[in-house]
Design a protein around this ligand. Structure first.
Ligand code: PMP
Length: 417
């Protein structure tokens, strides 16, 4: 690990680049942005995106919620609101979090424009250039991009089928401390992780919380998928066990719809003011319209049933993908078996470069995200993320069959099978 920050060209003309602030050099398109343009072509089976499947959403009902909101409460809904978020919604958010064992006060909740904004605010508050952020290996591409823009040194910690490995976390902290490096926080996605699909066990949650508390390292618990468990509920949130050292991020993007752009953060009291000030400087206040639409929906509609129907839809797709993987992927490929969420992580023999294989997959009409997108350090080249959330089960089978063929041919070319 080095303190050096790699600077890239952003593609703007050189004369213009000179006028940018230094931090603009860190604003890079993510590896997968270009891929998504190709993957969205109708003939391609996209196993690349992580878009929620809104086909299960009753649009007519949402139309009524929105119409009623504007007719009956338009003056408030279309007005500026509180920088911290609407008080009623903050109360309802506490009820949602109670499903994962969290007892919180609405005063400690800050509504954000998606949880992505919370990632940005937390980074802005904590990260000086060169500071260390610990993350799972692999981790969410959108978080890595944000940490990168704030010039963090991202240090990956190994995971397995049970999530982040506490012993590896201890080792990473010890070796960074020996180098006198400043560790600002541990960022992790304990439930149905993006991209690996794994869930952190309850025992490990406690152990990781103990380690971080002892080492004075904040835990940033990013939990957009927690209520999307297929067979059983996920273990209690880490925040349920520790209200002093955990910054919790929640979102309605996966349980209701991402178009509202409503997420939240629940923070230790001492951090609240800084976060609200940071939020106000970027957006003044979250959209009252979106917040009140979500609030009416939560108050008047069977939202728990809606989450259950999302779970049924995703479970069916997960099962289709797991069955197809068994049928069509060659020996030598292994994959995770998620209990919820959107993603499966596939590991191939190390000789296979999944990024170089993308054009062949696109030619075979299937798209996935190469593993390197989920690492800050170039690792992951023989792995890939497959998402089952969007295509129909039939299309998933078709896509996995085509991708299995591409991998089998690539392995044969390298004499690996
Ligand atoms: N965290 C994780 C792990 C995610 O997968 C996503 C979206 N894919 C986000 C945060 C951001 O979600 P949003 O801003 O829509 O709440």
């Amino acid at each position: 690990m080095s303190n050096e920050i790699t600077r890239f060209h952003t593609g703007a003309p050189e004369e213009l680049e000179k006028r940018f602030a230094q931090r603009a050099a860190m604003m890079q398109p993510s590896e997968i942005r270009a891929l998504f343009a190709v993957a969205s072509r109708p003939e391609i089976v996209s196993l690349a995106g992580g878009m929620p499947n809104l086909s299960a959403l009753p649009m007519e009902m949402f139309a009524q919620v929105v119409e009623k909101l504007v007719k009956e409460n338009g003056q408030e809904a279309l007005q500026y609101g509180s920088g911290q978020g609407h008080p009623k919604l903050r109360e309802q958010i506490c009820d949602v979090m109670a499903l994962e064992g969290i007892r919180a006060h609405p005063d400690d909740v800050i509504v954000t424009t998606g949880s992505q904004q919370a990632l940005d605010l937390i980074s802005r508050i904590f990260i000086d250039p060169g500071d260390v952020v610990l993350v799972e290996a692999p981790s969410y591409v959108g978080a890595l991009g944000t940490f990168h823009q704030y010039e963090a040194n991202v240090c990956h910690v190994e995971i397995d089928q049970d999530g982040l490995i506490p012993a590896r976390l201890r080792e990473a902290i010890a070796s960074l401390r020996a180098e006198n490096r400043k560790i600002k926080f541990l960022y992790l996605i304990p439930n149905y992780q993006n991209p690996a699909g794994v869930t952190l066990t309850a025992d490990r949650r406690t152990e990781i919380l103990d380690i971080c508390r002892d080492e004075k390292i904040f835990v940033v618990e990013d939990n957009p998928y927690g209520l999307l468990g297929f067979e059983k509920p996920s273990p209690n949130a880490m925040r349920a066990e520790d209200s002093e050292n955990v910054i919790y991020l929640g979102s309605f993007s996966k349980t209701i719809a991402p178009g509202f752009r409503v997420g939240w953060t629940l923070v230790p009291q001492a951090l609240k003011e800084k976060l609200v000030i940071a939020a106000e400087s970027s957006i003044l206040c979250p959209s009252n319209f979106a917040q009140l639409a979500i609030s009416s929906y939560l108050a008047d509609q069977p939202w728990r049933d809606q989450i259950a129907s999302f779970c049924n839809l995703y479970r069916e797709r997960r099962d289709a993908m797991l069955e197809a993987l068994e049928l069509y992927f060659p020996k030598g490929a292994t994959w995770t078996k998620p209990d919820g969420g959107f993603y499966i992580w596939v590991t191939l023999p190390p000789e296979i470069d999944t990024k170089a294989m993308v054009p062949d997959a696109i030619a075979a009409k299937v798209a996935y995200v190469p593993g390197t997108a989920f690492y800050a350090d170039g690792l992951g080249s023989w792995s890939m993320r497959l998402s089952y959330c969007y295509p129909t089960p039939e299309r998933i089978r078709e896509g996995i069959k085509a991708l299995g063929g591409v991998i089998t041919r690539e392995m044969a070319r390298r004499e690996l099978n």
